[in-house]
Ligand binder design. Sequence first.
Ligand code: PRX
Length: 658
Amino acid sequence: MAPENPSGGGSIKSVLHETRVFPPPADFAKDAGIKSLDEYQALWDRAKDDPEAFWAEQAASLDWFQTWDRVLDWNPPFAQWFVGGKLNASYNCVDRHCKGPDRNKAALIFEGEPGDRRVLRYQDLLREVSKFANVLKGLGVKKGDVVALYLPMIPELVIAALACARIGAPHTVVFGGFSAEALSGRIQDCKAKVLVTADGGWRRGKVVPLKVNADGAAALCPTLKSVVVYKRTGHDVDWTPGRDHWWHELEANVSADCPAEPLDSEHPLFILYTSGSTGKPKGILHTTGGYLLQASLSTKWVFDLKPDDTYWCTADVGWVTGHSYLTYGPLAQGATCVMYEGAPNWPDEARFWKIIEDYRVSILYTAPTAIRAFMKWGEQHPKKHDLSSLRLLGSVGEPINPEAWMWYHEVIGGGRCPIVDTWWQTETGAIMISPLPGATPTIPGSATRPLPGIIPAIVTKDGVPVGENEGGFLVITRPWPSMLRTIFGDDERYKAQYWSDVPGNYFTGDGARRDEHGNYWILGRVDDVLNVAGHRLSTMEIESALVSHAAVAEAAVVGKPDEIKGQGISCFVTLESHHAPSEKLRQELRAHVAKEIGALARPDEIHFTESLPKTRSGKIMRRLLRDVAAGVESTGDTSTLEDVGVLALLRRGGQQEE
Ligand code: PRX
């Protein structure tokens, strides 16, 4: 990877001038777990001075079947945490809350898009998770076998994940918006034996054809033995006897008793695929003890969870946010979580606000892309609903622009709710940089400070720390419990991808700067990763999809600033000689990418061009293409360009429009 200059932070340059500071409201700080910046600082310093003692102390908040012998075994870049300890994530998220009065507390409050509602108390969750764990065992799933989950946002997704954790079968959740091809790639990479899916899910009043995609994927996956289908929509689906099983039929014949398996702290909990700077998604591997500890602890700290909170994380469980902050973190904390199946604008643009009013949601955690869409739809929608139950707001997944931050603060938070802008990644497992709402003054656009135990740095390409307010590469200098352990099946790629750019440090792929008060400002990705509506996509993944089409000779994909999505997808394509550019072909290529990856990767624009700007050594100069896509002048050096004429041609809108 050759990272580019992080100071060219693109769409978020405006945050550099932000000076508004919002101290924690006094009445919030009074009741908060961590009440002041001094208290935060003392905790952070203690963690820095004696990290192993700090993490060991924190780890006592989980229930262990057997205590660890060693807190950390660090064989760079491979870490093992709580070595020798035994625990179970499902036990920590469910069973332990069923030992007292919390057994009757709501764990999941579910609302389907059509308006159906279900509440699962902790003891209901225990029954359902145990039954499904027995279903998996009945299908021959053993400790260590990978199970793929391709489900809508319904409680069964959480139930299935926890059932896997209960028996030590790592799960891999594939977001329901991914195509059959993308699903099959993931199943093949991790050699999953069982796929759990549904007949469909509801999205904007239509059925998402999950079973159709599952059938398409299964046909390509020789390791897959069984497909379990949850009946959600009730419409007809194709059926492969012997391979396909209805969830409800299997469940009718199993016991509701399935003790949680004591697992090594380092037993794999899940693999989650995410995009890197190459064409093939990477299977990020997380293990049990360290991941669960940090997911749980950060939920408590960042959301300042109280026993009577109603907490709503709007992320899909197909992404890491749904793993850590809808499933493992809040359930380990014994929280009451709202889960919603469908679109935010169905049947109208007030759906989220109605949910908040109906369930008296007190904590809302969502993404800037959603907030920008809400802004566009207008404040008349939230104004129709009583949002006075809210006490804390969270943001995740991409930089939040100060305009969106202020709108969230005023229109949704009524000016009284602190906003936690949380920076982290699939790889980090848990929130790394974020305000603590009772302690940290917040600033629109800044994720503020690292959580206790996290020691970041901002460095040059050569690993030299940059000065105050200078842009550089964001790295993490020490191992942390919820860090990824490797890229599944590819230790070499793990080393090369994360630990070789700045030797001895974890390279995040993000640029950042730190201001004179110690606040971090994330400047966005410095590699070829796009962040489209909070979804992480690789430019090369989209390029591979484009060149797999017979008409395409070469493709270069770049991000382009987008008001709602943060980034849009802009493609530059050269065609094979016997193909001519046309609007029809453009639409065909957009559909082709959606089929290969999923609708979330459908290009916003495709430019046909006769050639691409390349250096004399043949490398595509993406920087120039980004400028063309954004419609701005290129200020950087163009002297290495092989053919300067290409640039002028591209600026005139390519050559080949019909
Ligand atoms: O570029 C950063 C951006 O999202 C990337 C991680 O994406 P993913 O692994 O899909 O995880 C998203 C949910 C944690 C990061 O490298 N990012 C995430 N949170 C923020 C952010 N950028 C700025 N501010 C944030 N709060």
